[in-house]
Design a protein around this ligand. Structure first.
Ligand code: ADP
Length: 255
């Protein structure tokens, strides 16, 4: 459960793409151990917020702190090493690699210098390789898809591939995990299993921010929900309060 320690504090985030203002001064404060829902109509700026928080794109202005440390304008690999991990709206797996190897590569990425050693075949690296493999196997078991370890990623169903993406993120030992529409393309049973997994991830002490269109799933899971519309935060609070907020209802009907 969330305590009152602030983990992430983003202030006044602005992102402009030419004339398009995708984010217009968004503040986002997330407590450690929380599951935060991030919702809003299409084009409201949710993915752009994830892109800024993970350093995929630089903010036009604004500031960001993680665990009290200022992280403004750090590139994505530096933010990953600070403990921020994400999944993508569009699956980004190495389709021709096995499920296990997909996760091993992700585990290595947290330790870039070691990865270079592995790629160059430097001596003494074998021990690290074994460690990354063990870590990957543990995370695949945690997510409950270890039975697919030796299959090519492309052989899995869409929903299973999404779980591999989450496993890859977990293999970097994040403290903050951003999930961008993880339930997209999943059937109701898979969605239920995903919801259980997200709770299990939170119970492990990882703070989660979840973007999804499935309002019921987000409301069931999230401690609090933040709502964006046209690049601005229009509501924030407990799921019940947000769902009945007239501004939120109007934004969805208008969108
Ligand atoms: P959401 O995730 O809520 O659907 P996005 O963050 O994807 O919204 O998009 C917010 C706005 O920013 C939209 O108007 C979108 O067209 C625009 N946008 C996002 N990424 C880019 C980009 N790389 N170049 C130009 N416009 C972009």
């Amino acid at each position: 459960m969330a305590d009152n320690t602030v983990l992430l504090e983003a202030k006044g985030i602005v992102k402009k793409f030419g004339g398009v203002v995708a984010l217009d001064g968004v503040d986002l404060t997330v407590r450690a151990g929380e599951i935060r829902g991030l919702i809003g109509p299409n084009g409201s700026g949710k993915t752009t917020m994830f892109n800024v928080l993970t350093g995929y794109i630089p903010a036009t202005s604004g500031s960001m702190r993680l665990g009290g440390e200022t992280l403004d304008r750090l590139p994505t690999h530096r933010l990953a090493r600070k403990g921020i991990a994400r999944t993508f709206q569009h699956i980004e797996l190495f389709k021709g690699m096995t499920v296990l190897d997909n996760v091993v590569v992700a585990a290595q990425c947290r330790e870039k210098s070691k990865l270079t050693g592995v790629l160059l075949g430097l001596p003494g690296i074998k021990k690290d390789e074994d460690r990354f493999r063990k870590k990957a196997e543990e995370e695949l078991e945690f997510v409950g898809i270890h039975q697919y370890n030796d299959l090519q990623a492309s052989e899995l169903s869409y929903g299973q591939q999404r779980l591999v993406e989450i496993t890859r993120a977990l293999a970097t030992d994040p403290i903050l995990l951003l999930l961008d529409e993880p339930a997209a393309g999943m059937n109701p049973t898979e969605k239920q299993e995903l919801a259980n997994l997200i709770r299990k991830i939170r119970d492990r002490g990882i703070t989660v921010i979840l973007i999804d269109h499935d309002m019921k799933m987000v409301s069931d899971l999230a401690d609090e929900i933040t709502v964006l519309d046209c690049g601005r935060k229009i509501a924030e609070g407990l799921p019940e309060a947000v769902q009945s907020d007239e501004t939120v209802i109007a934004a969805y009907l208008g969108g």
